[in-house]
Write a protein that binds this ligand. Sequence first.
Ligand code: KIV
Ligand code: ZN
Length: 511
Amino acid sequence: MSKRIYIFDTTLRDGEQSPGVSLNVNEKLEIATQLARLGVDIIEAGFPIASEGDFQAVRMIAENVKGPTIAALARISPKDIDRAWEAVKVAEKPRIHTFIATSEIHMKYKLQLSREEVLEKAVQGVKHAKRYTDDVEFSPEDGFRSDLDFICQVVEAVIDAGATTINIPDTVGYATPEEFGRFIAEIRRRVPNIHKAVLSVHCHNDLGLAVANSLAAIANGAQQVECAVNGIGERAGNTALEEIVMALHTRKDYYDYYTNINTKEIYRTSKLVSRLTGMNIQPNKAIVGRNAFAHESGIHQDGVLKERTTYEIMNPEMIGLVQNSIVLGKHSGRHAFKKRLEELGFKLGQEELDKAFKRFKDLADRKKEISDRDIEAIVESEIRRIPEKFQLEHLHISSGNRIVPTATVGVKVDGELVEEAACGEGPVDAAFKAIDKVAKINVSLEYYNLSAVTGGKDAIGEVTVKVRHGDRVFIGRGISTDIIEASAKAYINALNKLVYEVDEAELEKEE
Ligand code: KIV
Ligand code: ZN
């Protein structure tokens, strides 16, 4: 009989540790809600001791997201564990996930602790967490580079202390599949009480082997896999959720395991995470990349037309990528638009629907055929937004190869129109400088990306920007068939997020 694999999602914790990623509380809640819809078993919502923002996000998710277990990460110290519990205790099913490193290199240089001291701290930490909840996960950090005898000794002791999940991390992504599989099999074989806990793995992708290592671990007795949507995470990232799930699903003939994941939610989840984190998905990324189901060569296209399975091992619909034959355009009515939104999985309230329909009509005036990707872009970039202190009213650009690019912008600030003009290196730079004059906030542009949502000359341009304010980074997105307008909207979106989150008094002090 096929066995269950538990999916532990760490997009909001390890994933959020990706360089340049910074999510606000509402964005984390939106991702967690979607993860619950996707059917993950455990959501690691954050690291509450790390910052007040992290604490609030874990608390908010614990309060609002029902279904999955909600885990909070803590180092092994009582202070960390107390803070984790404080944040997660309101969850329907709370978990404390605590860790301490067990490799010689980490113990000697980072912790400056002996083996005996680490063992003692691990046991005391698990006992401390156990006073709060039955559901305690323990990770020996840098597990794969730890001495096998020692890690087995620690694992046995923490299970005796009450740990209910043991997670073996390959923290630095050093393992190869055969070795990692053997390592997991040895832990299973040598630790006498291992059957009292769920055995989990957490692999990093430094050598591009995170998914392969996780599969090898499953084949050798791991029951839980820690992973992140789109494979985001520290450095090269974590095991990609969509890849491990679809590998188990597609090769059930070989692995004979199942997960609780509703694979039809994969595409939407991936898009949401990419949009909110500002981390674009490489086109050839397995499962969710733009090219994952595209057939370019004539021979392949011919084969797929005759029989899909000649070149497709997965059906795009399995991950929720629906190809629609009815094309929406400027003559489409509200009813057809609403129906398509529902097919795409969006449930909008009346006000959001009105706004989305207006944006759809505006776009249909400029673009002949509106694709599903356009609709998704409208809803994701334009509708679900935070309060807007700044709103772009109008934008005029004068640019060319022999003149100094100049921008004039009209921006409503708390409802009142303010106009400014500026010159720049190019039209986008000029627009941003003019907006800066209106907003009067000290920011620097860290990242700018422009991509076409769909093909064709009338494609929508989607711009992502990251702006830095002190030590914080804010991500903004904007879409338009005019790329300068999309850029201005993205920049203003980032500034709106900034004023929403940064204390107004703090901003005034800077002026
Ligand atoms: O990579 C790692 O070791 C971790 C632990 C905290 C599980 O992220
Ligand atoms: Zn990690």
